[in-house]
Design a protein around this ligand. Structure first.
Ligand code: SF4
Length: 490
C-alpha cells in the first residue's frame, strides 16, 4: 500500500466525508490508497504504530480545528520515527494562514482548499516525478460533474454504527464574517439525480441516518423539494423502518411549497439546524449577515407550531457590537418561539475568516490556541465571557439534553436568559465544575435551586419526577437520535 489517507475524527461516530472524497477521486492511484481514521484523545505513539503498519510512502492528513494540535504531535513523531514518509496536509485548518502554522513546518506538502483533483496529482508527482517544487499547492476546483461521489466508500460498519455525512452542494452565497463559508461567495450544486441515486444505494444498504453538510439546504427550492420527496417516498414505503435526515437552513427563506413538504414529515424524521446567530440588526450589519428578522422569527414559529421538525437554532455570543443585554434580548426572543434546542455558541476566530477586521474597533481578544474562542471584547470583559461559556455548557446539560423538559419552564420563568444566568452562576459556585456532573446530582441541584427561588419541596420533587428524576427514566425507542427522542417524548 502506497498512500494512506488519515484524520483524527472528533468521535468514532463521525465518519470522515473528506477522506472518502479523496479516495474516490484518486484515479489510477486508487488501488494503492487506503483510509485509516482515528479518534482524538488516542495515544500518539499508538497512532504512529498503526500508520507504520500500513508501510505507506505518503500519508495525507485531514486537518481541522478540532484535531490540529493532536495532528501536529502525530506528524512530528511520525517524521522522527519514519522521516522517509512524505506527509501531505489538507483541510480547512491549513488552508488559510498556512505559512505561519507549526504543523505546516513539520510537513512536506500542503494542499489548500479543494483537494479532489490536486491531491492525487501531487501524489502522482511525488511517486513518479517530476518532484514538486512548491510546498503549498492551491487546490484546483474542478467542475462538479468531474468529482467522483464517495458514498459507496461508506462501509457496512459505517452504515450500521456511524453518522453518514452527505452533501448535495458545496459552498454558500452569504458572507457572514465569522464563517469560513463566507469566502465561497457562491454555492455549487452536484447533479441532483446522480446524488439521489447514491442516496438510494445507501438506503438500500441499510442507511437510515443522513446528515447533510450543505451550508444552506433551502437555497434552491426545487432541489430541496426533490431531496425531501426522496425521504418522503422512503417513509411512505416503509413507515415501520423510518429514515432520518438533518439539514442546515437559512431562517428567512421558507416558501409555501417547502412548508407543504416539511409538514408531511412525521415526528422523528427531520431535524433542522437554523442559524440566527444574532437578532441584533447592528451586529448583523457588523458581520455582513443579511437576515430578515421578522421573517426568520415567523418561520421558526411556523416550524415549531405546524411541523414535526426537531429544531436546533444557533446563537453566537461575543460578536462585534453584541452586549450581554442585547444577546439576552435575542435569547429570550428565540426561546419564546419554541425551538427544541438553542445552540449557544461562543464566537471563534476561524483561520481565514474576515471577522478579524473588527479586532481593533471592538477590542476582540481571541485565545491563540484552537478552537480560537473569543476571551473578551469591548462590550464583554473576560470574567463575563467566562460566565457565558459556563451558561452555554450548563444550557446544553439542562435544556438541550431534553432531560428537564418540564422543569426547564419553571427554571426560566419570565426572563429566561437572566434566570438561567443566575442558575448557572449558582451551579458553578456550588459544584466548581462544568463537566462530570452526574445526572442524579444535577437533578438534585436543580431541585435545590428551585426551592431557593421559592418553590415548595414537594412541588419541586413532583416537577422533577415528571422528567423522570427520582423515578425510573422512560426508555424510548425510535430511529431519531437519543437527544431528539427525549424531546419528542416530553
Ligand atoms: S453562517 Fe451560514 S449563511 Fe452565513 S456564510 Fe456561513 S454557511 Fe453561509
Amino acid at each position: 500500500m502506497t498512500i494512506l489517507l488519515s484524520t483524527l475524527n472528533a468521535r468514532y461516530t463521525h465518519a470522515s466525508l473528506g477522506l472518502r472524497y479523496l479516495l474516490a477521486n484518486m484515479g489510477a492511484l486508487k488501488e494503492q490508497t487506503r483510509i485509516q481514521e482515528f479518534v482524538i484523545g488516542a495515544k500518539t505513539t499508538e497512532l504512529v504504530e498503526r500508520i507504520l503498519a500500513h508501510d505507506p510512502k505518503i500519508v495525507g492528513f485531514g486537518v481541522y480545528i478540532w484535531n490540529v494540535e493532536e495532528t501536529a504531535k502525530l506528524v512530528a513523531m511520525l517524521k522522527r520515527v519514519a522521516p522517509h514518509i512524505v506527509v501531505v496536509l489538507g483541510g480547512p485548518e491549513v488552508s488559510h494562514e498556512t505559512g505561519e502554522q507549526a504543523i505546516v513546518q513539520l510537513a512536506d506538502y500542503v494542499v489548500t482548499g479543494w483537494g479532489d483533483v490536486t491531491f492525487p496529482k501531487l501524489c502522482g508527482e511525488i511517486l513518479h516525478g517530476p518532484k514538486p517544487l512548491m510546498k503549498v499547492h492551491a487546490g484546483v476546483q474542478p467542475p462538479m460533474a468531474d468529482i467522483a461521489l464517495p458514498y459507496s466508500l461508506y462501509s457496512d460498519e459505517d452504515i450500521a454504527h456511524r453518522t453518514l455525512y452527505v452533501e448535495a452542494s458545496r459552498g454558500c452565497p452569504f458572507k457572514c464574517e465569522f464563517c469560513l463559508s463566507a469566502l465561497d461567495k457562491t454555492a455549487w450544486p452536484f447533479n441532483i439525480d446522480g446524488f439521489l441515486a447514491e442516496m438510494d444505494a445507501l438506503y438500500a444498504r441499510g442507511a437510515r441516518l443522513f446528515k447533510f453538510v450543505d451550508r444552506t439546504f433551502n437555497l434552491n427550492i426545487k432541489t430541496s423539494l426533490k431531496i425531501m420527496q426522496f425521504f418522503l417516498d422512503k417513509l411512505a414505503a416503509h413507515p415501520d423502518d423510518p429514515v432520518y435526515a438533518h439539514f442546515e437552513l437559512v431562517p428567512d427563506h421558507l416558501p409555501d411549497a417547502l412548508k407543504e413538504g416539511i409538514a408531511k414529515f412525521p415526528p422523528g424524521a427531520l431535524q433542522f439546524e437554523i442559524g440566527i446567530q444574532s437578532f441584533n440588526p447592528v451586529v448583523q450589519a457588523n458581520i455582513s449577515r443579511k437576515q430578515d428578522n421578522q421573517k426568520a422569527a415567523d418561520n421558526i414559529r411556523w416550524l415549531c407550531e405546524h411541523s414535526h421538525v426537531h429544531m436546533h437554532v444557533d446563537l453566537i455570543a461575543g460578536l462585534p457590537g453584541e452586549t450581554v443585554e442585547s444577546f439576552a434580548a435575542g435569547f429570550d426572543q428565540l426561546w419564546a418561539l419554541g425551538p427544541h434546542e438553542i445552540q449557544f455558541g461562543i464566537l471563534k476566530r476561524l483561520r481565514g475568516t474576515p471577522i478579524i477586521r473588527h479586532t481593533q474597533e471592538f477590542g476582540l481578544v481571541f485565545d491563540p490556541h484552537p478552537p480560537y474562542t473569543i476571551l473578551a471584547n469591548r462590550d464583554i470583559d473576560f470574567p463575563t465571557m467566562q460566565r457565558l461559556v459556563r451558561f452555554a455548557r450548563y444550557w446544553d446539560l439542562v435544556a438541550n439534553s431534553g432531560r428537564f423538559n418540564h422543569t426547564i419552564h419553571a427554571l426560566l420563568g419570565e426572563r429566561p436568559f437572566d434566570s438561567f444566568m443566575a442558575f448557572s452562576d449558582w451551579l458553578y459556585a456550588n459544584t466548581d465544575a462544568t463537566h462530570r456532573i452526574a445526572l442524579d446530582r444535577l437533578a438534585a441541584l436543580v431541585g435545590r435551586w428551585l426551592q431557593q427561588r421559592g418553590m415548595g419541596a414537594d412541588e419541586a420533587a413532583q416537577l422533577l419526577a415528571r422528567d423522570g428524576h427520582g423515578v425510573r427514566q422512560k426508555v424510548t425507542t425510535t430511529a431519531a437520535p437519543q437527544r431528539q427522542a427525549r424531546h419528542l417524548a416530553a
